[in-house]
Design a protein. Structure first.
Length: 283
């Protein structure tokens, strides 16, 4: 019995050590509030302000909106707008609907198109705006094969579990590179942008795994991974922390500036990805 107790005690101690040294993330310390501002959230969770839930699943989005409204600030405006990021048609429809609902048609008093005048020219005279892209630590294992991208319109050539893992890593490298190039193009404006690793978060991403992988991973994930609130902290840091505007284009993790992998620092690669992405998107 004493041996069993010792083993259990050692296991608990190891779990506590592992959780607090590896998996438990930092907390956002910024006291800034987003009152009067708008936050676009491309998922079913929001971080405050006037929240627009741009989601594919209407039922889940409305459930999330209900949870937000019944929280500490029931007056908080929460809006659901249909968006399926897997469809460029859906993305364009969302953008058109948003611009119409937020500003309507017509022109500014200076004779400029409403969207151009408000979103572009006026934006540079407003208080700084921020664009935040959720990447991942696994971007370091990503690779961009441009010939494959041109021929297959995909980052990988197969559909196996390994190919899916590679596709995820490479897509996160794309997030990092996109943020870097966007920062270069917005240099001198009032808009800054950041990419980040949110931590290892337990979300519904596991639902895409095969049943035997779920059996192996889900119990471990529930014990060690961050919950959604913990996984939002670095995003909050990038959205709220004052004084990080000069770090536009950089990468954050655990509420702190971090160095990206070598490929994520390649400006030529970032520019080429931007140009290829424009062609693939029909822009």
């Amino acid at each position: 019995m004493s041996v069993v107790l010792c083993v259990l005690a050692a296991a608990v101690a190891f779990y506590i050590l592992l959780y607090y040294t590896v998996f438990r993330g930092a907390r956002c310390q910024s006291p800034v509030h987003l009152n009067g501002k708008t936050a676009h959230c491309y998922s079913n969770t929001g971080i405050g302000a006037r929240v627009i839930l741009a989601c594919r699943n209407k039922e889940k989005a409305e459930a999330a909106a209900f949870d937000i409204r019944r929280g500490k600030e029931p007056h908080r405006p929460v809006v659901f707008m249909q968006l399926d990021l897997a469809s460029l048609k859906s993305v364009r429809n969302f953008a058109e609907s948003f611009l119409k609902s937020m500003m309507g048609p017509g022109r500014t008093e200076d004779g400029l198109g409403m969207a151009f005048g408000v979103n572009h020219l006026r934006l540079q005279r407003c208080v700084p705006s921020r664009i935040i892209n959720v990447a991942a630590l696994l971007h370091r294992f990503g690779n961009i094969d441009f010939p494959l991208l041109a021929s297959k319109k995909d980052l990988v050539s197969g559909q196996s579990t390994w190919h899916n893992f590679q596709a995820y890593c490479s897509s996160k490298l794309c997030n990092v590179l996109f943020t870097r190039e966007l920062a270069n193009r917005l240099e001198g404006s009032a808009v800054s942008c950041y990419s980040l690793h949110p931590g290892v978060v337990y979300t519904e991403l596991c639902r895409s795994l095969s049943p035997w992988l779920q059996i192996l991973i889900v119990p471990f994930a529930k014990l060690l991974f961050l919950d959604p609130e913990g996984g939002s902290q670095t995003t909050l840091h990038c959205a709220l922390q004052e004084g990080i505007e000069p770090l536009s284009g950089r990468y954050f993790s655990n509420c702190a500036l971090q160095q990206v992998g070598a490929k994520g620092r390649d400006d030529a690669l970032a520019k080429k990805l931007w140009e290829v992405s424009e062609r693939l998107s029909g822009l």
